[in-house]
Design a protein around this ligand. Structure first.
Ligand code: GLV
Ligand code: MN
Ligand code: MN
Length: 417
């Protein structure tokens, strides 16, 4: 039997599932989900748990300047560039147990399976937990991988503040003090030979098609914006409408026009206003300031560009008598994964007898940044009714294990090239 067959067979469904259940206790919510936001105490607890499992298996751990956490299993060629696999351990405020965590635990299970099967790869294989993929506390998301890949500047990211004004640099220092790991390097990033990320699909296509493995071909492009509207605070009981500059009224007009302008016939464009802050937030004061976020996605860069132009025109034309600005916080081009890695994932699924289909990803993943550095790809497994970014997010132990077996085969073949 070949190395990759033995390693794939050594994946243990029970162990993988139990690790998910252990992690789900860290930030666990009464509705069965998790609230483990980036660089929180719960994030630190997850880092410590992963590091304790790594220590028990004799794997080394290290962290980098943005807090990405790596677990390394050496290869026979110590100087060779590693093959990397992983995802994120942070969650949405009302997140599920599998988004991100599955990719980290599948990668860790891969290291354990290699160990159990006694497979010595040529290149080192490393598991990674990227810092702040969700971007719900600190924007932008996929931050750890973006800094690693040079897509975002480290200093700018360290200066980012959360919604309460906490500076990321401080939250990172606190997290690393609570979950200490040796630091490797003073600058972001290091050379990689390949990257494969496992993730739940977060949509309904695999389940609808009764298919176990999604062979991910790419990720749609995305842009995030912040809209700020300035009016005047005034007394809610005395100020006539004509005399008001109500920032919320302007926000409603702008948001409504944006919703209309981003509706496309085939429902491909994704447009979401996910956070609105109304200030001063008092029932009897006319709002003087409103800010809201926009998350917009599409597989075509040109379509994103055209819609950004529309959004800017709406902000300019619909704010009166208030004033408004729109700032683009992030732009990530559509990702096309490496044909070689896509082929390895598809072959592994085929050879192991798992039903599979090629599919693009609607959600963003750290792989979109790492794909700029080395051959990269992803493996999807189904999640119940496609529900994600929700506490009821669910997946089956056998699908999680199937995706991990496919991942292991792809990793071993990359690591022995
Ligand atoms: C990741 O969670 C995303 O927003 O796509
Ligand atoms: Mn995710
Ligand atoms: Mn997510």
């Amino acid at each position: 039997m070949s190395d990759f067959e033995r390693a794939a067979q050594a994946v243990r469904e029970d162990r993988l599932w139990q690790r998910h259940m252990d992690m789900a206790k860290l930030g666990g919510t009464p509705r069965g989900g998790v609230n483990r936001q980036a660089l929180s105490a719960e994030d630190a607890a997850a880092r410590n748990l992963l590091m304790s499992w790594a220590a028990a298996r004799g794997f080394s751990v290290f962290t980098d300047v943005i807090g990405n956490l790596f677990v390394r299993r050496e290869g026979s060629d110590a100087g060779a560039k590693p093959i990397l696999s992983g995802s994120h351990m942070d969650s949405q405020p009302t997140g599920g147990r599998f988004d991100g965590m599955y990719g980290v635990l599948a990668a860790f299970e891969a290291l354990e399976a290699l160990e159990d099967a006694g497979v010595r790869t040529k290149r080192p294989v490393e598991a990674v937990a990227w810092t702040n993929e969700e971007g719900s506390r600190f924007q932008p998301g996929a931050m750890g991988s973006a800094v690693f890949a040079g897509h975002n500047a480290l200093d700018a990211m360290l200066a980012v503040k959360d919604w309460k004004g906490v500076v990321l640099r401080d939250a990172l220092a606190e997290t690393l003090a609570a979950a200490p790991a040796p630091r490797r390097g003073d600058t972001p990033g290091f050379a990689l030979d390949g990257y494969v990320e496992a993730h739940i699909e977060q949509g309904p296509r695999l389940e609808d098609a009764r298919t176990t493995i999604g062979v991910v071909t790419g990720i749609q492009g995305s842009r995030r914006f912040m809209v700020e509207i300035l009016g005047d605070e005034a007394h809610a009981g005395t100020t006539p409408r004509a005399a008001r500059k109500d920032a919320f009224v302007a926000a409603v007009a702008i948001a409504g026009a944006m919703q209309d302008a981003t509706r496309d016939a085939d429902d491909t464009l994704r447009f979401t206003i996910g956070r609105v802050d109304v200030l001063p937030g008092s029932p009897n004061t006319v709002p003087g300031r409103v800010s809201f976020t926009i998350d917009m996605r599409h597989p075509s860069m040109e379509v994103l560009e055209a819609h950004e132009t529309k959004l800017r025109a709406i902000v300019a034309s619909k704010a009166a008598p208030c004033t408004a600005t729109i700032e683009r916080l992030t732009s990530v081009a559509p990702t096309v994964f490496d044909p070689g890695v896509i082929g390895l994932v598809r072959d592994a699924a085929q050879r192991q007898g798992f039903s599979n289909m090629d599919m693009p990803s609607g959600a963003g993943h750290d792989a979109m940044h790492i794909a700029a550095l080395c051959p990269a790809g992803m493996v999807f497994v189904p999640c119940e009714r496609g529900v994600s970014h929700n506490e009821i997010e669910n997946a089956t132990p056998s699908d999680l294990a199937a995706g991990t077996r496919v991942l292991v085969e792809a990793l071993v073949r990359l690591a022995n090239r």
